[in-house]
Design a protein around this ligand. Structure first.
Ligand SMILES: [Zn+2]
Length: 252
């Protein structure tokens, strides 16, 4: 699990007596930019440990528990500043320039990382107007967790109902793998309780991603085909499960 500050950095310039690690560029929508860091800022310490070279920054980020308190010298006025950076992506907005399906793999990667799960392969070959969590068998017989999705379906959700609508669908499918109730494609028979548990986790993830309750429930309320299965629960139950998970996500 790799945490990402979202910066390009270079070693300090010792010849000119500038200790620290200088930021050359910040990536849009990544944690550093969201915390207000700018190019030419000089990182002096992370989580209480001095940063003398690029490796120190890399290590501090890797060793963190999703949070970095960065001491830096502001490039504008030379002041020492402390910036608190949340390294877990789920606090950050999703770029408005690229929606699913372009981002599907990235979004799923970030959700699994956040939940501490093994990675899941995504593929835009899902059933029409839907997404599904399934297992595939590798050449050596091992089982591979996969999420298949309809790219046009995710794109429509994204365009018409916002970034959290498509995220909630992917989070729901990740949750099926989280609970270990993804089945082989074609034998999809999840019971209501499995569906409601997946909705609960989806609500939890969406809360952590900064979605309001209204945004969290949009996909279910506006797209009747979301996860259509022979045995999907009624909408009221699913909304309750989403809401319960969302409140849980907000509570910590
Ligand atoms: Zn489901």
């Amino acid at each position: 699990a790799q945490r990402n500050l979202g910066v390009t950095v270079t070693d300090a310039d010792w010849r000119n007596f500038v200790p620290g690690v200088m930021i050359l560029a910040v990536d849009p929508y990544e944690p550093a930019q969201l915390a207000g860091l700018e190019p030419q800022d000089v990182i002096l310490a992370i989580n209480g440990r001095p940063a003398y070279q690029v490796g120190d920054v890399v290590q501090a980020v890797a060793n963190s528990n999703g949070f970095a308190r960065i001491t830096l010298r502001n490039w504008r006025d030379g002041r020492l500043v402390t910036a608190d950076v949340k390294l877990d992506w789920l606090g950050a907005p999703i770029s408005s320039q690229h929606g699913p399906p372009d981002l599907a793999q990235e979004l799923v990667d970030r959700i699994t990382r956040y939940l501490g799960m093994p990675s899941i392969v995504t593929r835009p070959t899902g059933p029409p107007d839907n997404a599904v969590a399934t297992m595939e068998t590798a050449w050596d017989g091992s089982r591979i967790p996969v999420i298949l999705y309809d790219g046009a379906f995710l794109n429509d959700l994204y365009r018409n109902h916002g970034r959290y609508a498509s995220l909630s669908v992917l989070a729901h499918e990740v949750a099926h793998h989280f609970h270990g109730d993804a089945t082989f494609y074609g034998s999809f028979t999840n019971a209501w309780t499995q569906e409601l548990k997946a909705d609960y986790v989806s609500g939890f993830v969406l809360a952590r991603a900064g979605a309001t309750l209204e945004q969290t429930t949009r996909a279910i309320r506006y797209s009747s085909s979301v996860h259509g299965s022979a045995s999907h629960p009624d909408m009221a139950s699913r909304l309750m499960a989403l809401e319960a998970g969302w409140h849980r996500g907000k509570s910590r």
